[in-house]
Design a protein around this ligand. Structure first.
Ligand SMILES: C[S@@+](CC[C@H](N)C(=O)[O-])C[C@H]1O[C@@H](n2cnc3c(N)ncnc32)[C@H](O)[C@@H]1O
Length: 499
């Protein structure tokens, strides 16, 4: 979290709070599936058995410190017309329930005033980091999933959830990078107080000597001299507590730990989290072939959210590389939860209810559509990239016909319908050696000639791209692709562009 670039991002809000007095819109196909899935997850589906929503008012109070930052059938050539335009699967935020009195166990010691999450049936303050620039989209997603008290932070969102909600967030969030569950928080001034806070946190409810442990520390404006030392103090405190209480301490394993604790420090406080995810959530489990500079999966999903892609509409990625954007799109259209086929750290913690988790996954699996009709097309100049994309497609549990991948020059790609979306990540920055201004001008002419009626969305670190294309973007979203300061430019290709 501390490594994310420091930059203020402004996004214009698109969605409005749901109005319960308005009758539900009739939707069809992928859009309907998406809406139904969100409904189910919120627990207001009268047909299917709902996953338990975080329905009770949230008790946890937010710490200031945490403000840091199937088989698919062959697509048909013509898409089914979408009767009504609806927001694309990232439904409007609901009004969060008002905070009640804190349920945290408040311990007023001589040195620190701390708040703890003690038991599994507590509700937790959760922080979900995400790529910078996706905060608003993540807040919308989390609200649509039924979480309470969702608010945007720096490179992530806070919300409140019970333990099952923590699992649901891991299973269903397409945009979060991980799900950090707050265990304790205190105003602290020095490493001794940090030790005290970590020592007083009831870790034994979550792990013990039978688990291996890793502790990570990040900070923004922390006065501490050495984060390594702070990290060591927390590790010592956790191990001391477990040894004092249970007679044995966990071993440290930095490579493949069972339990991961994350410490976040700022100028005057510390927040201790359990990382419920383990490996970053953008690792969906399907990527082996990386291709050239692949996008992270949660960023790719974020592009589709910001582009407002309608899963009933055709989607083309003419610089598809290893196919990340299209594979994410296929999962969105099918309603495949992104965490369906990967392990999580919460499965390795004490008292993990494997049966309840299996039930949650079974319910999710039962709701995955078996086919999509919308055309998803990816092309790339590189045969190696297309071969990687096809392998990734197979590993993502998708039928080979779900996405058409082909070797082609972007300058020759033709539309497959009168309307649709292009969402793409062309080569840029250091990788631009074989492209130049003439290429962009040629691509722009090609788009103007052939793609009138299409919405073209391009993520690039080349902030001059719109002038090279001689196109005026409708919207621009500041985003980071790893360390690269990027924009997602949204161009509407209207017929007038032909002139
Ligand atoms: C930044 S990479 C895309 C990565 C992709 N988003 C992913 O997640 O794997 C850009 C891709 O554009 C391709 N490319 C470069 N010039 C092209 C052209 N003229 N037509 C089509 N593809 C091209 C490269 O082969 C490369 O795979």
């Amino acid at each position: 979290m501390s490594s994310t670039p420091k930059k203020t991002l402004t996004l214009t809000k698109k969605s409005s709070p749901a109005d319960s007095s308005t009758p539900a819109r009739q939707r069809s196909g992928a859009r309907a599936r998406q809406a139904q899935q969100m409904q189910r997850l919120r627990g207001d589906d009268t047909v299917a058995a709902p996953a338990t929503p975080t329905a009770t008012p949230a008790h946890a109070s937010r710490s200031k410190a945490a403000a840091h930052t199937k088989t698919a059938s062959r697509p048909t050539a013509t898409p089914r017309p979408t009767a009504k335009k609806a927001p694309s699967g990232y439904a409007s935020p609901r009004q969060a329930p008002k905070a009640d009195a804190p349920k945290r166990h408040r311990i007023e010691g001589p040195k620190i005033q701390a708040r703890f999450s003690a038991k599994r049936d507590d509700e937790f303050t959760v922080f979900a980091p995400c790529p910078m620039g996706l905060e608003e989209a993540l807040a919308t997603e989390l609200s649509a999933l039924g979480f309470a008290q969702v608010s945007q932070g720096r490179a992530g969102c806070h919300f409140v959830a019970d333990w099952q909600g923590v699992q649901r967030a891991n299973l269903y969030s397409r945009l979060a990078t991980r799900i950090l569950v707050q265990m304790s928080f205190a105003r602290i001034q020095n490493e001794d107080e940090l030790y005290e806070l970590a020592y007083q946190t009831p870790w034994e409810n979550w792990f013990g000597a039978e688990q291996t442990l890793r502790v990570d520390t990040s900070a923004i404006r922390s006065p501490f001299q050495s984060l390594q030392f702070a990290n060591l103090r927390v590790k010592d405190a956790i191990c001391d507590r477990l040894r004092d209480r249970e007679g044995a301490r966990p071993d440290i394993d930095t490579v493949r730990p069972d339990a991961k604790v994350h410490v976040f420090l700022n100028e005057d406080s510390a927040t201790l989290y359990i990382d419920s995810s383990g490996e970053s959530l953008f690792k969906r489990g399907w990527r082996h072939d990386k291709g050239d500079a692949p996008l992270r999966e949660n960023l790719a999903s974020g592009l589709l959210a910001l582009a407002d892609w309608d899963p009933n509409s055709p989607l083309i990625d003419p610089f598809c590389g290893s196919g990340t954007i299209l594979i994410e799109a296929a999962w969105i259209a099918l309603g495949t939860p992104p965490g369906m086929w990967r392990p999580f750290h919460f499965e390795r913690l004490r008292h993990h209810d494997a049966r309840a988790w299996q039930d949650l996954k079974d319910e999710a699996r039962a709701n995955i559509a078996t086919e999509i009709e919308v055309p998803l097309i990816g092309s790339d100049l590189s045969p190696a990239a297309i071969s990687a994309a096809r392998s990734n497609l197979a590993r993502a549990h998708l039928h080979p016909d779900t996405i058409r991948f082909e070797v082609n020059n972007a300058l020759n790609v033709q539309p497959i319908a009168s309307k649709g979306w292009i969402v793409t990540n062309p080569p840029y920055g250091e990788r631009l050696d074989d492209t130049d201004d003439a290429f962009w001008s040629e691509w722009a002419s090609h788009l103007k000639r052939n793609f009138a009626g299409w919405k073209v969305n391009v993520i690039t670190s080349d902030l001059e791209l719109p002038s090279k294309l001689r196109l005026k973007p409708n919207r621009r979203f500041p985003l980071y692709n790893g360390p690269l300061d990027c924009r997602l430019f949204n161009f509407e290709m209207v017929a007038a562009s032909n002139r």
